[in-house]
Design a protein around this ligand. Structure first.
Ligand SMILES: Cc1ncc(COP(=O)(O)O)c(C=O)c1O
Length: 314
């Protein structure tokens, strides 16, 4: 979170930021509870999957746009090259910030499309072992160095030497882990897509993903993140989570072990139900972070838990 806060603090009072409405909840909370009420900036939250929304939101005082692609938890994509083109045509000085946590530099490089600043939660794939909380800001222009080195001290986002050691150790296997996350997740997504207890699967590398063409244009693979709409509501979704034996219920993601969340009751429980449902976070939505286990074990576990929670109950 310190990485994103430090990046937003590049803005001056009176500046305007446009954020994808799907960005990490902590960013929205920072803007709504600190940035906006203290008149540090003004902000608009829009849906970047339709870039006409971006065109209409750009103002003379806009100085930054911020988005994630793919987003958490619905795996919505932003056409990065198009978003950059539209923004820079309006004003070439607007800073474009992309959160690349769900892809890692192994599968997607936002700088290639003209993004100015890339942020990562290192707690996820880059460290990869669920044992560090850390973030990174990646820049390709040294003019931001002074700002970020002083912000690190002011905001307090200074990691411990041991955490840095763990992250550098994790990075050494990033390429191997990402290949396996992709292979496992693709197999799980294909399995779930055909399962009688599943309504819909959202995984950018599947042809059925509504933005599959954008995925192919800007990424060379996909991580282990999958969104699944079960045939059922909160009761069935909870029963599914409780029936899992290999897979762990946990909010974190991007580690070796497969984890599952029910966003309606976990990460998004404080968001009014009406608003949640409107953006697609229904009571039966499950978010999976597929790990590095043997694929047969994962598929068998999902299959038995789905049958137990949905088929056997009807
Ligand atoms: C896409 C994305 N960005 C940033 C964060 C914040 O990460 P951290 O908990 O490491 O501060 C998260 C956390 O879930 C995330 O999913």
């Amino acid at each position: 979170m310190g990485a994103i806060t430090s990046t937003i603090l590049l803005l001056k009072p009176g500046d305007h930021i446009i954020c994808d409405e799907s960005v990490y909840g902590g960013t929205i909370e920072y803007l709504n509870k600190i940035g906006i009420p203290r008149n540090l900036l003004t902000a608009d939250f829009i849906d970047f999957t339709d870039l006409n929304n971006l065109k209409s939101a750009l103002k003379p005082e806009t100085q930054m746009i911020l988005f994630e692609s793919p987003s958490n938890p619905l795996l919505k994509l932003v056409d990065i090259a198009e978003a950059v083109k539209i923004t820079k045509a309006h004003n070439k000085d607007i800073l474009i910030v992309a959160d690349n946590t769900f892809m890692t530099p192994y599968f997607q490089n936002p700088f290639k499309f003209g993004v100015d600043i890339v942020v990562h939660s290192l707690s996820k794939y880059i460290n990869g072992h669920h044992d560090v909380v850390m973030g990174a800001i990646v820049i390709n222009d040294s003019k931001y160095c002074d700002h970020f080195s002083s912000m690190q001290k002011i905001v307090g986002a200074v990691p411990s030497p041991f955490d840095c050691y763990l992250v550098t150790r994790g990075i050494k296997t990033l390429h191997l882990r990402m290949k396996r996350h992709y292979k496992n997740a693709l197999a799980v997504a294909k399995f779930l897509e055909k399962h009688p207890c599943v309504e819909k699967v959202l995984y950018p590398a599947l042809e059925s993903h509504p933005q599959h063409e954008i995925h192919k244009k800007q990424a060379i693979g996909m991580s282990g993140m999958i969104a699944v709409y079960l045939k059922g509501e909160e009761k069935e979704a909870t029963a599914f989570l409780e029936a899992l034996q290999v897979v762990t219920i946990a909010g974190s993601l991007g580690g070796c072990e497969t984890t599952v969340t029910l966003p309606a009751l976990m990460s998004h429980e404080n968001i009014p139900r009406e608003h949640r449902i409107k953006v697609g976070i229904t009571d039966g939505l499950i978010r999976l972070s597929i790990g590095l286990e043997d694929i047969e074990d994962l598929i068998a576990d999902f299959d038995q838990a789905l049958k137990h929670a949905i088929l056997d109950k009807n």
